[in-house]
Design a binder for this molecule. Structure first.
Ligand code: ADP
Length: 648
């Protein structure tokens, strides 16, 4: 969250007033209760019949008497055993003179008390007026709250947009690294905001809204802020979910409120994050909801209603454009769609540079190497990595961040911190070691190149007991069928090693199996890589910008056939992995033993043993260095591929 957000001017005040009012009401209620209680128990006065009083007088049990206007307060001679001064009162049935005579005859002290008319009047008045004041105060408090939200309960209809108003975001396009295409599309919008007259003069209509589409953390919010910063206009921001409440009509009232406020401040930018929360299609396929639909209708109406020449622009962000209502996307509303996708290699380098600006780096740092190692990472991941590296450097007592810190930070972000307190038994260490070497060896045997940056059997906090970091030589956008098949064999190499060496299998391959199945399924249903189905598309990608999940788009019997095909492909790959490892059992044992001893080995050490055992000559020293310095952990490419193999 930004530190320089202006809290709405009226936000704190009313809250304080409300709590003060509630406090006052509570105090009053307590006072009235106490008052009533004391009245009820009033002086522990016990009423006795007049006949009892006469009897007490005759028996000489009365100490003194106070004659009040209509009653007698009697203090008895014998007091309560606990020492409490108790009195009785009684209402005389004879007139005052008779009573006085009786008292004189009994020789009892007595006095007459003048009635305190004022006190009684005040008491009576207060006991009526105070509760009335409390009731009126409470009702007017309720009434005022109801009035606030355009008639909705408890002011819930009030737009909370004010809380996020920023007069100047202070962010410009320079702060957004990469995303050149997105910046280019938005540059025009900035110009519109800056100088609307230029466009209206020749009759051009200004755009009303732009939809920023992309995976989470790619910088959509940052871009929207940069647009406001570049144009030097206020930035109203709120999330789609802020609109929708339990009560129908609240969202619509909030939309109205937001636009009203924004129109007063035009030119300005309204930014609605996660717009899919309100903009979901009204088609019942995704579930209907009255409140959401009303809110959406209001949004559509407001977007139609405002005059763009004033310089009001709506930016919205989503990572699920496919669920948005078509009415929202038609020209005249969010007619521009700006794709903010995962950054490529160049983009990642520049994002790392932007975030490393204020961090001291030493001479070993090669941000390009880190960018290569983080294919698939988004801007927020990279920002997080730089920060983790800086924290690591401080922890190790250094004044500047080194390349080692950065590589460690990459691992911390991807697989968690080293879990030093998890002690694996000797047998488990052997299994994990063989499993990881199985992955790496299968890759090496298939490619005959240095397959890994690092193999480790130090458990990590995110659940991996060990993992293999891969070393692609360059960023790839396409994969051939052969490469995908090799990838499947690589995924299953871990499980194959377990079976060959221990003649049993463990739960450690769950993640590999999941990944391999995803790739195999995608090959058959999406990439047209099966002989049986040929080029028939059998699945559609659902949430392209989220998990990229594919939904089958075929009949039930075809789905069964697909399952058989997937099974066949996985079995073939597993057999191949087993064949490769059985034929190279000696190398597998050697490297696994070495890994058990060292816990973490580098790709170089791996290849040294591998080449020695195979009798292959070491390649040129220069090439080796280059390969070593270009590590990569592929996060997500293509669709389901993940070359970071973890055992869990
Ligand atoms: P989104 O709205 O797409 O989920 P954000 O805009 O909130 O993502 O980005 C989160 C953080 O990630 C930003 O505050 C910024 O630090 C970092 N970030 C993301 N993309 C970029 C980028 N292209 N350049 C610089 N920083 C970025």
């Amino acid at each position: 969250m930004d530190q320089n957000q202006n809290k709405g001017p009226n936000n704190e005040g009313p809250k304080n007033k409300q709590s003060l009012l509630i406090l006052l009401i509570c105090i009053m209620v307590v006072l009235v209760c106490v008052n009533m209680l004391t009245r009820m128990t009033g002086g522990a006065s016990n009423e006795i019949p007049y006949s009892d009083f006469i009897e007490m007088l005759e028996n000489g049990e009365v100490e003194s008497v106070v004659i009040q206007s209509s009653s007698l307060e009697i203090t008895p001679r014998v007091q309560h055993s606990m020492g409490i001064q108790s009195t009785f009162y009684t209402v005389p049935t004879e007139d005052g003179n008779e009573v006085t005579k009786r008292l004189e005859a009994a020789g009892v002290d007595f006095k007459e008390e003048k009635p305190d008319i004022m006190g009684q009047l005040l008491y009576g008045l207060l006991s009526i007026v105070v509760p009335v004041i409390i009731m009126v105060g409470f009702l007017s408090f309720l009434f005022r709250r109801m009035n606030k939200g355009g008639g909705m309960m408890g002011g819930v209809g009030k737009s909370r947009a004010k809380a996020y108003v920023q007069k100047e975001t202070g962010i410009t396009f320079k702060d957004v690294a990469g995303q050149d295409e997105a910046k280019e599309s938005l540059q025009e919008v900035v110009d519109f905001l800056h100088n609307p007259g230029k466009y209206t003069a020749i009759g051009a209509k200004l755009p009303k809204g732009a939809l920023l589409v992309g995976p989470p953390g790619t910088g959509k919010t940052l871009l929207a802020k940069a647009v406001a910063g570049e144009a030097h206009v206020p930035f109203f921001s709120l999330s789609g979910s802020d609109f929708v409440e339990m009560f129908v009509g609240v969202g619509a009232s909030r939309v109205r409120d937001l636009f009203e406020e924004a129109k007063k401040n035009a030119p300005c930018i309204i930014f609605i994050d996660e717009v899919d929360a309100i903009g979901k299609t009204r088609d019942t396929r995704y579930g209907g909801n009255d409140e959401r639909e009303q809110t959406l209708n209001q949004l559509l109406a407001e977007m139609d209603g405002f005059d763009t020449s004033k310089g009001l622009l709506i930016l919205a962000a989503t990572n699920r454009p496919e669920v948005l209502d078509p009415a929202l996307l038609r020209p005249g509303r969010f007619d521009r769609r700006v794709i903010v996708d995962r950054p490529d290699l160049k983009g990642r380098v520049s994002i790392l540079k932007v975030h490393a600006q204020n961090v001291s780096l030493d001479e070993t740092v090669d941000l390009e190497g880190i960018a290569l190692a983080t294919s698939g990472a988004v801007g927020s991941d990279l920002a997080n990595m730089i920060n983790e590296a800086a924290i690591l450097a401080v922890k190790n007592g250094r004044k500047a961040v080194s390349q080692k810190d950065l590589l460690e930070a990459v691992e911390v972000v991807l697989v968690g911190k080293e879990k030093k307190d998890r002690i694996l038994s000797a047998e488990e260490r052997r299994i994990v070691s063989y499993h990881e070497v199985g992955h790496a060896l299968v890759s090496a045997l298939q490619k005959d190149s240095e397959p890994v940056q690092k193999i480790t059997i130090v458990p990590r906090t995110m659940g991996a007991l060990g993992y293999v970091m891969h070393v692609p030589e360059e960023e790839k956008y396409l994969n051939t069928r052969k490469e995908l098949e090799a990838m499947l064999v690589g995924y299953l190499g871990g499980r194959a090693a377990e079976e060959i060496v221990f003649d049993t299998v463990t739960t450690g391959a769950a993640n590999d199996i999941e990944q391999a199945t995803k790739v195999a399924r995608a090959m058959i249903t999406q990439y047209g890589m099966s002989d049986r189905f040929g080029l028939m598309g059998l699945a559609e990608t659902q949430s392209q910008y989220l998990d990229g999940r594919a939904m089958l788009n075929c009949g039930d019997s075809t789905a069964t056939e697909i399952d058989h095909e997937v099974m066949k492909l996985l079995k073939k790959s597993y057999d191949e992995a087993k064949r490769l490892l059985s034929e190279n059992r000696e190398i597998l044992d050697k490297i696994a033993d070495f890994l058990i001893q060292k816990e973490t080995i580098t790709g170089k050490e791996f290849m040294k043993i591998f080449r020695e055992a195979k009798g292959i000559q070491e390649p040129e020293a220069k090439q080796r260095v280059e390969a070593k310095e270009r590590p990569q952990i592929a996060l997500e490419e293509p669709a389901a591929e993940q070359s970071l193999n973890c055992t869990k």
